[in-house]
Design a protein around this ligand. Structure first.
Ligand SMILES: C[S@@+](CC[C@H](N)C(=O)[O-])C[C@H]1O[C@@H](n2cnc3c(N)ncnc32)[C@H](O)[C@@H]1O
Length: 213
């Protein structure tokens, strides 16, 4: 199966739950198959694909740790793609985790977890080793949190995605300077495969794609 579809500059994933949208996205039928539009302005992963990202590690059977799942916009597309996989969907805000629980009732590959991404030892009670770590949390110490989770949960050779929000690290500093510094922080711990600036879709954001050594 193709993991996502690009048509006329729009992205789509094959809908796992027929007839149901998740966040107001369009449902379209192509050759008798129902797809959901993956809206680039609503998802940093979709924005990275739109900006030309080449490394797409999600497969039908992938096990994924998603840090900062919120109410499930992006992870619902991961759920379409990793149809037979397992998606650990973590967030520390009880309100959004309640929405994730509702989503997980109809999307059985999603495992909602209420927890803090910074507390990796606590997470180990609920999370196994994974093929992919994806992080989208607006925190000052987001790079450290990402690396700690990669160390703890990502299999050797597995792929990590860090959606970095420069303004959360430091509002006063130039984003490019922050991106350069984060690159240096990542280098000794993981192999950097790609770095994409998500401007103008996501202002002052960058996506790092890394491989665990
Ligand atoms: C930008 S939103 C994520 C949007 C989501 N990735 C999507 O595309 O659908 C950031 C989320 O990270 C969560 N978050 C921030 N810090 C966190 C932490 N330390 N542990 C767990 N979740 C965190 C917030 O509660 C928020 O829901």
């Amino acid at each position: 199966m193709k993991n996502f579809l690009k048509k006329k500059n729009k992205l789509f994933t094959k809908n796992l739950v027929k007839g149901k949208e998740v966040y107001g996205e369009s449902l379209v039928k192509l050759d008798g198959v129902e797809y959901r539009q993956w809206v680039t302005k609503r998802s940093k992963m979709a924005a990275a694909i739109a900006k030309g990202m080449k490394t797409f590690a999600l497969r039908e059977n992938s096990t994924v740790l998603y840090l900062g799942a919120s109410s499930g916009t992006t992870i619902s597309h991961f759920s379409d793609i990793c149809e037979k996989g397992t998606l650990f969907a973590l967030d520390f805000a009880p309100r959004v985790v309640r929405e994730l629980v509702v989503l997980a009732e109809i999307r059985k590959n999603i495992v909602p977890i209420l927890g803090d991404a910074a507390q990796v030892d606590d997470l180990a009670q609920n999370v196994t080793m994974v093929d992919v770590v994806f992080q989208d949390i607006a925190q000052k110490n987001q790079t450290k949190i990402f690396l700690d989770n990669v160390d703890m949960f990502l299999k050797k050779g597995g792929i990590g995605y860090l959606a970095l929000k420069a303004r959360s690290v430091n509002v006063a500093e130039k984003p490019q300077k922050i991106f350069n510094r984060v690159r240096e922080e990542l280098k000794p711990r993981v192999k950097i495969i790609e770095q994409l600036n998500l401007d103008p879709i996501e202002k002052d954001h960058c996506m790092f794609v890394v491989e665990k050594k």
